[in-house]
Structure formats: structure tokens, C-alpha cells
Design a protein around this ligand. Structure first.
Ligand code: F6P
Length: 340
């Protein structure tokens, strides 16, 4: 078979491990693997390369994606879907493997639903870990590692200076990075988009800690967290998938806390650091499992589905089911409060 592959949306640290697995398993199965460049822009513009074992040599731990990425939405561009269909026909592509988050997977689902369909399978990849039906998406564990490492470092300086440290992490409308890193890094308060919060309650908690002799506090806030029910965005401008650019909640919170408590407060936005660098061993492992499983799904004709990991077992689910935002686990969120 001739299998196309693309990576779309925000990058993360273990995409290359998945690309390598698709190529290695694909070649082993006697298939030709075509790597389309820069997200959906690749199929739209007919921009691809034939992948070889050499082209994926040495990329296993490397962050980013050797195929490049973009937030291109073919369904928002005049004629792009037909252009993509024609380019895939010219390249004699039998099926696509699409690696990305909800936006990329949403397009993968839509092209499967065209008449006639463009057969595609999905691999979940996003540091946000908000894809429904899979315990983990590629990139999440690496992002949590970066954020936890940052919290460990910020702890010592917060303690020495008797400061409040507000640390903003990514995650869009889900708080998985905040919750996992917050628990692993010993945060004193974790704020996630799934639960609106009241700033005065956060301040009360900081004051109570002071009364107990703890002169510093570490607050982890997800970029999508909602003080009094409203998110903070860098700008109201939306991308091709309709998302505003979130960010700024950490600075906002730090200002209000300092003003209302008089305690010295600093903020740190970990930003894109969470998406870069060496992939964690667990991410490399699931990326490898996912890449191999995706090729096997193509061989079996199991289209319009996404590989998933549930309770340690790799399986697959209909793409459509994957597309709703998976919130943080309530039990874990409540457990975190034990340590505030
Ligand atoms: O979806 C991944 C993500 O990193 C989100 O956590 C974040 O809101 C967004 O992408 C940032 O996107 P960009 O890199 O396009 O600014």
C-alpha cells in the first residue's frame, strides 16, 4: 500500500518517535510511506517526500516533528479539500495516518466522511492530553516532566525569598498538565479550567499557610483556568480552528494576589518550553506502540478510527468519539486538595 502521513497542530516532544514507528513498521510490511509536510498544508499543496529507514534514523528522542506542522484547516479554505483529494490521488495514496490533537483528528474524521471518503486513521498527539477515549496522548508525559522540573526549581527560590510563585502551564480547555505537574511538583494550589475558581479562596489558602508558618506558596494555574468563570486570552483573534490564544492568567493572578495580600509574588509562564526538548521514555514508548498500531489498522482497513491506550492496552476507538474535550479526572482533582 501507499500510506501518507502528516503531523498537524501544536507540536510536542515524541512525534518523531511515532513517525519513526510508522516508517519502520510500514517498510517492514512492504508499504511505501509518504511524509506530507507542514500539517494539512502538505496534502493541499502536494508537498511530500518518500520516507526511508535512513530518513528516520536518530530521531527517536528528538522533539518537534521532522515533517513540520501547521494549524491549516482545509475545510476553511476555498477548494482546499478537492485540491487535497487530487494531490493524494496523484501520489497514489491509499490511506492517511494523521498525527495530532483534536483539530487534526477532526479533519481526519471529516475526510473519512466525504463522498467518496479519503481513508484515514488517527494518532493522538497533544501535550493537552484532552483527547477523549485514550488515557494518554503523545507528548503529555514529556510536558509534565518539563513542568515538574520547573516546579522543583521554583520551589527553592520561592522558599528562600518567602514568595508566592504563580506558574502558568498550557493545556487549553483542560487541566491535565496543571494537575499532573502540580501533584508531582507539590503545588499548594492547582487551578484548572474544569473548575471555576474564586481568587479570594486562593488568597485565604495562602494566608492560612502563612499562619501555619509556611512563608511561601506555589500555585499552578492552567492557561484556560477561569477566575470567576472567565478565561484570560492574549488576544480575541482566533486561529483556523476557532481557538483564541490563551495566556496571561498567571500574571493576572500574581498581580491580584500581591495587591490583596501584600506578599511578594512572582509569576512564570512555562509556555512553549513544555512542547520542546527530549521526549520522555514513556512518550517514546507509546508513540512507538501507536505508530505500529496505526499501520496495522490501515492494513486491516480500520478507517475513521484512532489508536488509543486504555488501562495499559493499545486499542482503537472511532475518531468521532475522540473529538470531545476530555476533562481532568474528578477523583484525582479532589485527591490533589489533600496536599494544599
Ligand atoms: O494544543 C497545544 C497547545 O500547546 C495548547 O496547550 C496551547 O494553548 C496552544 O497549543 C498554543 O498554540 P500556539 O503554539 O499555536 O500558540
Amino acid at each position: 500500500m501507499r500510506i501518507g502521513m502528516m503531523t498537524g497542530g501544536g507540536d510536542s516532544s515524541a512525534i518523531n518517535a511515532a513517525i519513526r514507528a510508522v516508517v519502520r513498521r510500514g517498510l517492514e510490511g512492504g508499504h511505501t510511506i509518504l511524509g506530507f509536510k507542514n500539517g494539512w498544508a502538505g496534502p493541499i499543496n502536494g508537498n511530500y517526500v518518500e520516507m526511508t529507514a535512513d530518513s528516520v534514523s536518530g530521531i527517536l528522542p528528538r522533539g518537534g516533528t521532522i515533517l513540520g506542522t501547521s494549524r491549516t484547516n482545509p475545510f476553511k479554505m476555498d477548494g482546499a479539500v478537492e485540491q487535497m483529494r487530487e494531490n493524494l490521488r496523484l501520489a497514489e495514496v491509499d490511506a492517511m495516518i494523521c498525527i495530532g490533537g483534536d483539530d487534526t483528528l477532526g479533519v481526519a474524521h471529516k475526510i473519512n466522511s466525504l463522498d467518496p471518503p479519503i481513508p484515514a486513521v488517527g494518532i493522538p498527539q497533544t501535550i493537552d492530553n484532552d483527547i477523549n477515549g485514550t488515557d494518554f496522548a503523545i507528548g503529555f508525559q514529556s510536558a509534565v516532566t518539563v513542568a515538574t522540573d520547573a516546579l522543583d526549581k521554583l520551589h527553592t527560590t520561592a522558599e528562600s525569598h518567602h514568595r508566592i510563585m504563580v506558574v502558568e502551564v498550557m493545556g487549553r480547555d483542560a487541566g491535565h498538565v496543571a494537575l499532573y505537574a502540580g501533584i508531582a511538583g507539590g503545588a499548594d494550589t492547582i487551578l484548572v479550567p474544569e473548575h471555576h475558581f474564586n481568587i479570594d479562596e486562593v488568597i485565604d489558602r495562602i494566608k492560612k499557610r502563612r499562619q501555619l508558618g509556611k512563608t511561601f506558596s506555589i500555585i499552578v494555574v492552567a492557561e484556560g483556568a477561569k477566575p470567576e468563570g472567565k478565561q484570560v486570552a492574549v488576544s480575541e483573534k482566533t486561529d483556523a480552528f476557532g481557538h483564541v490564544r490563551l495566556g496571561g492568567i498567571g500574571e493576572y493572578l500574581a498581580d491580584v494576589i500581591e495587591e490583596k495580600t501584600g506578599f511578594e509574588t512572582r509569576f512564570m509562564n512555562l509556555g512553549h518550553l513544555q512542547r520542546g526538548g527530549i521526549a520522555s521514555p514513556f512518550d517514546r514508548f507509546i508513540a512507538t506502540e501507536f505508530g505500529v498500531a496505526a499501520v496495522e489498522m490501515v492494513e486491516k482497513g480500520e478507517f475513521d478510527r484512532m489508536v488509543a491506550i486504555q488501562c495499559g492496552t493499545v486499542s482503537s476507538i472511532p475518531l468521532e468519539e475522540a473529538l470531545t474535550v476530555r476533562p481532568v479526572d474528578e477523583r484525582v482533582f479532589n485527591m490533589a486538595k489533600l496536599f494544599y
